[in-house]
Write a protein that binds this ligand. Structure first.
Ligand code: ATP
Length: 625
């Protein structure tokens, strides 16, 4: 039976609530469904169903097909799982389908391609697998297609969709070339796959019979890539110029187009305030949005915009940020950090600062001076926002999280051990990042070096975050989490120095080598901290006892570990003048990594377990205070 009235819509919604809503959908069944939270009607039919971040879980029932007038279905950021039920394919009026941020699995189903009116489809952050179907070409009106962070494999089909302007397939398991028609999309749309973007890397399907590329193919690829690159560059320059002119002339006159954006701002704020614990980060962002809206109103809207650093393309603005779906990453010394997924698919980390004690002028000067600093081992800062009540900093989101989580999270079964090459590579990356900061003058220091501020790229390269913030906050007289890393001479968190950074970096190296968090070792009965413990073990010539058991399973590296341990001990010298500079540390770790990889190349086949029997002599440095 095909039902088509409000009663049938109500039956579908009740089935949905029963299957996935549990206690989270507080709909009063005796009222009209048009009055229910998240349900919007027109001419007595349900046309929009928006339940973002409502803590829905389980499998979608076969019921939503009844909603024959539905044009927007948003179930983003819940915990829905299993395949998408086939009756979704009968929602002939559907224009917007937002399923991102769930646990949906299985292949992308063919029935989606019956949805001829679909304009926006977001399947990102799920567990979809299999290949990307070429049938997407049937969806001629598609303008947005987001599929990032799934398990999709195979190559990207050559999509011929004239209206497609937002596209992202990053962080899947895709291989092969980027199809020509998609080559104008930003590179971030493809990152985190094994695509052959660089010329001369043979692509699947482009090799000739004997597996080698012909001269013509190589020339073709090189020319294609050069032209593609120039085109992308031109488009970017034009876009940047347009955006700037727009911002200058009509910044505040822009209205979100009705039906074009997923949730109007006020609604998003209200929805998020109601969100269940499944979406714990949402409410504070709503609070930030409300606080900003209030103080903007007071100040007449004069400071409404985000300030972008340097050449960062202005692809989003404050409105986009406040509309984004957010998730708390953690609370730190200077505030709370959120992962914010903007509706255009861009993911950023937003730090909401608390206890800023400096004046607005000082804040802007300090943030702008550190925001300008760029290096491949520093987390890129993109923008900031300042008003009396809210201070936000926007950074690139680092999907692999922090060194702290990697070292100390998931220590139980199923953990992938962190090997020596990865650890020494992280030590080197962090040293390079901090040394670069210090190279900007003796007054520039980080002030908060610790393992949760060393973030990682997908290839485990270290990027240092949070630099410069220590100079903005008030003094922190009570012991806090940074204490294990803080140099003995630092009594006021704002009065940090480069030599204090070196001390903290030394503790970070000890953490990498021992696998012990410096903050935890405080809990030791005798009140012994990490450097004192290491020094006492080393003095007693039990050096190999200090290393993380996980490292001892690798042969031939103990000598290198002992050398790095010596460098760490040098950094943690009690008197600042006895510590090396960060540039010296960087050079020494660089040398250590170089010689250790050369040595291993030479002795690759030699079984050598003598290392574990040697006694090492390590200078344990100055006695503890
Ligand atoms: N750009 C980012 N990308 C991904 N994760 C991040 C990013 N910035 C911070 N995080 C993570 O978010 C969490 C909270 O970070 P935050 O910087 O607020 O606190 P913290 O590092 O624990 O302490 P502190 O404020 O003293 O530096 C940490 O686990 C951190 O690793």
């Amino acid at each position: 039976t095909v039902y088509s009235d409000l009663a049938s819509d109500k039956i579908a919604l009740e089935a949905l609530r029963k299957a996935v809503g549990g206690r989270s959908l507080l709909w009063n069944i005796s009222n009209s469904p048009c009055s229910w939270v998240g349900v919007f009607c027109e001419r007595d039919r349900v046309v929009e169903l928006r339940l973002p971040g409502m803590g829905l879980s389980g499998k979608l029932p076969v019921a939503l097909g009844n909603l024959t007038q539905l044009h927007t279905l948003s179930l983003r950021f819940n915990a829905l799982s299993g395949p998408i039920p086939a009756d979704i394919g009968s929602l002939a009026s559907l224009r917007n389908l937002y399923l991102q941020g769930n646990f949906f699995s299985g292949e992308i189903p063919e029935f989606l391609f019956n949805l001829q009116n679909l304009v926006r489809l977001d399947l990102a952050h799920n567990n979809f697998s299999g290949e990307i179907p070429t049938s997407f070409n049937k969806l001629k009106r598609l303008g947005t297609l987001y599929m990032e962070e799934n398990q999709l494999n195979g190559s990207i089909p050559d999509l011929n969709l004239p209206s497609l302007d937002q596209f992202n397939v990053s962080f899947n398991k895709l291989t092969g070339p980027i199809p020509q028609r998609l080559s104008g999309k930003p590179t971030t749309a493809f990152e985190g796959n094994s695509l052959c973007e660089k010329p001369l890397i043979p692509c699947n399907g482009t090799s000739n019979g004997n597996g080698k590329l012909s001269g013509g193919a190589i020339a073709g690829i090189v020319i294609g890539c050069v032209i593609g690159f120039l085109l992308i560059l031109m488009i970017l320059i034009i876009l940047c110029q347009k955006k700037r002119t727009k911002q200058g002339v009509a910044k505040d006159t822009q209205e979100p187009k009705r039906g074009e954006v997923e949730i109007p701002r006020e609604k998003a704020v209200a929805d998020r305030g109601n969100a269940s614990t499944g979406f714990a980060g949402a409410a504070p962002v709503a609070a930030a949005a409300a606080a900003i809206a209030k103080s903007e109103a007071k100040s007449g809207g004069g400071t409404k915009s985000l300030v972008f650093f340097g050449n960062t393309p202005r692809v989003f603005d404050l409105e986009d940020l406040l509309r984004a779906s957010a998730e708390v990453l953690g609370k730190g010394t200077f505030g709370t950090t959120y992962k914010a997924t903007l509706e255009m698919g861009v993911v950023v980390a937003v730090k909401r600062l608390k206890d800023v004690t400096v004046t607005e002028k000082e804040f802007r000067e300090k943030i702008e001076s550190v925001g300008k600093i760029n290096h491949e081992n520093l987390v890129p800062s993109r923008a900031y926002y300042y008003n009396k009540d809210e201070k936000l900093l926007v950074y690139d989101y680092m999907p692999m999280g922090s060194l702290s989580a990697l070292l100390h999270g998931n220590r139980g079964a199923g953990r992938t051990p962190l090997n020596w090459d990865t650890r020494s590579g992280i030590a080197l990356g962090a040293a390079r990042g901090i040394a670069h900061l210090h190279s900007h003058g003796p007054a520039i220091s980080h002030g908060n070096i610790k393992s949760s501020n060393i973030l990682l790229t997908t290839s485990f390269e270290a990027r240092v975050s949070d630099f410069g913030l220590a100079h903005l906050a008030g003094p922190t007289p009570t012991p806090n989490r940074i204490d294990g890393y803080r140099a003995p001479e630092v009594t006021d968190a704002r009065k940090v120095s480069q030599k204090a950074d070196v001390y903290s970096f030394g503790i970070l190296l000890l953490e990498l080598l021992t696998g012990k968090a410096p903050t935890h070792s405080h809990l030791n009965d005798e009140g012994v901290d990490l450097p004192r413990w290491v020094q006492s073990v080393v003095r007693d010539e039990w050096t190999s006892e200090v290393f993380d058991l996980e490292l001892l399973r690798y042969q031939n590296v103990e000598e290198d570990m002992v050398q790095l341990l010596q460098l760490a001990i040098n950094c943690t010298a009690q008197y600042p003048d006895n510590r090396p500079s960060m540039a010296e540390m960087r050079d020494q770790i660089e040398e250590l990594c170089r010689s250790s990889s050369q040595e291993r190349d030479t002795h690759l086949d030699i079984e050598d377990d003598k290392a574990s029997q040697q006694t090492y002599s390590v200078d344990s440095g100055a006695p503890p205070p």
